[in-house]
Design a protein around this ligand. Structure first.
Ligand code: GTP
Ligand code: MN
Ligand code: MN
Length: 619
């Protein structure tokens, strides 16, 4: 094996007269050489993030059949990737948090002893890149040089990952310069686990989507390292996203006094021209991307997008909480994204988009369930087979995705790349609840808000709804993403509230998914959610009325603008009904849920639970 410093970036920049060759940083070079000695690639490619580099990689992947070029007439500079049918989603049962002590990972994570895991990984990664190039991908989460931003480097043998990281992060040469200047950075290693040369030197040919049946998504929180093996897909392979920006960053945030959250970010401008910023945590498939791209139905209000999945928040010099979207792109679920549900997303993906596992139209454009009302008569499905409406299976995989630059969003906020972030006025927690949880409730205090976040639960539409026993807990929508003990994480939130004091954002619980007796949604949702945002903004301004209930502050009669909506008085009553018995039953379930964390549950949350019970019984 020879490790050359040949690079696609070098080649491409040589073509335009440049001479860049990766980095001069000795620590980065030593680490790259160490990983190369283990994984034994054919060559090392120092990526520079240039357009030429992306074009060259795309050309290679097209030639190898790993991408399909879409018809540029409909979808310029856009491509379709089809994964292996066994590599279509995050693998939570193969995701490990390897902290020194098991209690620090907590009962909601898969823990493995870090020493044992390192040994296992060394074995697994030995020669895993044989016959392939190894790409070094430098990236910044958040604007380059921003003081909430963080740097990282991903080593990968997947050109799909390189292209996707180029869209989802600020990727390129400028990051090497910051590393050389001494900025800290996080090490992440990824291999699809499909070497092209075996142990005795025999070559095998490549496949369209190389991966391995055995998968590992491993986080070492103490050394801030990530090792991912066997998958080429999204959250498993784009290590800047869930692995770094949530699992590792949540640990950094705990240690350094900030917050790394599974939250969308929006800017709201009132008819008076005053701007507010809101962050919201909803579990997967509960509408973050939808709310991030909301188009208000009420006159005079404007909503603009800052982020649709992750927020990093840190107290600023003025004592308020400031947030950035650490990502530079959207990795959004395709099915259900259509002209009626999310026209902004549809406009965002006009071109320069990588689609994964969607269906291919005969005219060379893409399609998925919910994109248009009319269903094409013939398609090639996500597995490359002929498909007609009579096929009886989805044409696009339910977890098929689009990857596109955030800058292409027609309603991206002017301050979405603000170096110091945007000041947060309100934080929302939500889930999919057919019963019990009202459309909107305001927390009485920060601690009460943390209790709301810690008790988020969601019901699945397929399951028998309406019984409290069906709840699936997803605290802060962070269940698969918290890099340490969930109860300690709640404690960190309580602590942040103490730090922010009077300047802490207000906290709300929202639920767009409550259902009536006939099983249909009570609230029209989508663009109409702007009415709820209006009440929240007016509360922040001190200009809207609320009534006390045991579970929090609800809009006073008439305070929520529902003019023009076809809602009966009975529907409105059902939307805001707080039923004592079922809430008391929920308190019992919460107590049971908290019990698994033992005495690590913050006293403040036990006090909130006691107070909720007291109010339910006596108010
Ligand atoms: P991840 O990207 O996986 O983290 O999830 P997400 O939170 O971004 O979910 P996404 O926005 O893709 O969820 C979309 C789902 O929520 C679709 O089924 C939508 O129809 C539904 N949805 C979004 N907003 C509303 C709403 O206001 N009302 C109703 N009834 N459904 C909604
Ligand atoms: Mn989303
Ligand atoms: Mn997400």
């Amino acid at each position: 094996m020879t490790i050359s410093d040949f690079s696609i970036g070098t080649d491409a920049s040589a073509a335009v007269g440049g001479t860049r060759r990766g980095t001069t940083d000795p620590e980065l070079i030593a680490w790259v050489n160490e990983i190369a000695a283990l994984t034994k690639p054919d060559e090392i490619v120092w990526c520079d993030g240039s357009q030429q580099e992306a074009d060259l990689l795309t050309k290679q992947m097209l030639a190898e059949g790993k991408l399909i070029k879409l018809n540029p007439e409909w979808r310029p500079n856009s491509f379709l990737a089809r994964t292996d049918p066994g590599d279509v989603a995050r693998v939570e049962d193969r995701t490990f948090i390897c902290s020194t002590y098991e209690e620090d990972a907590g009962p909601t994570n898969n823990w493995r002893d870090p020493h044992a895991m390192r040994e296992e990984l060394t074995h697994v990664f030995d020669g895993s890149m044989k016959g392939r190039p190894m790409y070094v991908v430098p990236f910044s989460m958040g604007p380059l040089g921003g003081h909430i931003s963080q740097l990282g480097v991903e080593i990968t043998d997947s050109p799909y990952v390189v292209l996707s990281m180029g869209i989802m992060t600020r990727m390129g040469d400028a990051v090497y310069r910051l590393i050389e200047a001494g900025e800290p950075w996080v090490q992440t290693v990824h291999s699809v686990g499909y070497p092209l040369v075996d142990g005795v030197g025999h070559r095998r040919s490549d496949v369209e989507w190389p991966c391995n049946e055995t998968k590992y998504i491993v986080q070492f929180p103490d050394s801030r390292e990530i090792w991912s093996y066997g998958s080429g897909y999204g959250g498993n392979a784009l290590l800047a996203k869930k692995s770094f920006a949530l699992r590792i960053a949540s640990v950094m945030a705990r240690d350094e006094g900030w917050l790394a959250e599974h939250m969308l970010l929006i800017k709201i401008t009132s008819p008076e021209g005053r701007a507010y910023h809101v962050a919201a945590a909803f579990p997967s498939a509960c509408g973050k991307t939808n709310l991030a791209m909301l188009r208000p139905t009420i006159p005079g209000w404007k909503v603009e997008t800052i982020g649709d999945d992750i927020a990093w928040m840190r107290p600023g010099d003025d004592g308020r909480l400031y947030a950035i979207n650490p990502e530079a792109g959207f990795f959004g679920v395709a099915p259900g994204t259509g002209e009626t549900t999310n026209p902004t997303a549809v406009q965002t993906i006009w071109g320069n988009t990588i689609f994964t596992n969607v269906a291919l139209r005969d005219d060379g454009d893409v399609w998925w369930e919910g994109l248009t009302d009319d269903v094409p008569a013939h398609l090639i499905d996500w597995q490359g087979n002929d498909w007609t409406p009579a096929s009886g299976r989805p044409a696009a995989h339910p977890n098929s995705r689009f990857t596109v630059a955030a800058a292409q969003c027609p309603q991206i906020a002017d301050d979405w790349e603000a170096h110091d972030g945007v000041p947060i006025d309100a934080i929302l927690f939500g889930g999919r609840r057919a019963t019990n949880v009202p459309l909107v409730a305001e927390a009485r205090s920060w601690k009460h808000g943390v209790f709301m976040g810690a008790t988020i639960s969601s019901e699945q539409t397929a399951a028998a709804e309406g019984t409290v026993g069906e709840l699936r807990r997803d605290p802060f929508a962070m269940l698969p993403f918290c890099g340490y003990n969930m109860a300690d994480y709640w404690g960190h939130w309580v602590k942040m509230g103490r730090l922010l004091g009077e300047k802490a954002p207000k906290i709300y619980q929202v639920n767009w998914f409550r259902k009536g007796h006939d099983g249909s949604f009570l609230w029209p949702g989508f663009g109409e959610n702007s009415r709820v945002l209006e009440w929240i903004v007016r509360r922040v301004e001190g200009a809207a009325d609320a009534v006390e209930t045991p579970i929090g502050l609800l809009p006073a009669p008439g305070a929520l603008d529902i003019a023009g909506l076809d809602l009966s008085d009975d529907t409105v009553e059902q939307l805001f009904d707080v039923h004592r018995e079922t809430w008391l039953a929920e308190c019992d379930l919460t107590e049971e849920y908290f019990a698994q964390f033992g005495d690590r549950v913050p006293a403040a949350l036990n006090a909130e639970l006691a107070s909720l019970r007291y109010h339910l019984k006596h108010q």
